[in-house]
Design a protein around this ligand. Sequence first.
Ligand code: PGA
Length: 254
Amino acid sequence: MRSKIVAGNWKMNTTFQEAEDLLYEIADLMNERGKGDTTVIICPPSPFLEMASDIGVENDFFVGAQNVNDHESGAYTGEVSAAMIGSMGITHVILGHSERRTYFGETDTIIKSKVALALKHELVPIYCCGEVLAEREKSNHFEVVRNQVNEALFSLTKEDFSKIIIAYEPVWAIGTGVTATPAQAQEMHAFIRGLVADKYGETVAAETVILYGGSCNAKNAAELFSQPDVDGGLIGGASLKAEDFVTILNSFKK
Ligand code: PGA
């Protein structure tokens, strides 16, 4: 269902104590200032999911994982499965993040398996897509995003696709301090919604949540979120600062 969503991607940051402190800081600020009708999802590192989920239940935020393995189970030392995460009361999982594509060689085929396993174990995938700078400079960005979405998501049934959250994250904006302009974000979000409409119909497209990610912060969130096809944000760096994160999740027009 289309709703306003702000998700925090903590990446490989925080110790247990730091994570717990940050979660309580965010919870306290949200309780103090409110969060309107924004759905909040926090994605801490895997070892802290259970602790985060307990705090989330009491403070009205969801908790997501940052990754799952693309196999159901078995001899994959060190890996974490969708079945494990799903059995812990965790509700979401970030898949296809550009850091996973770049540093861990994840292809759309691998990500497609992860999406299927996440759905099987009742996790909502937050599927990330986005072009690198060279692709935008060659005006290939629409084609790149079309292929990513097509290959990883468009073999899903309409029912399964309806559960997916999409995050458009231009790689050149992630962690760089360079944000897409509201117009650039809107243009790509409208393009993605159009792809969904062509594949699954206007009703599904109108209900699909499309988040923006890439140097979204407390200063630029309001303008980005005011775009008609931007339904919220996937926040990296700024989600590690309680004050900034709570400002961002309150950046929707009333
Ligand atoms: P950033 O990261 O907000 O630090 O740019 C976003 C992300 O990687 O999801």
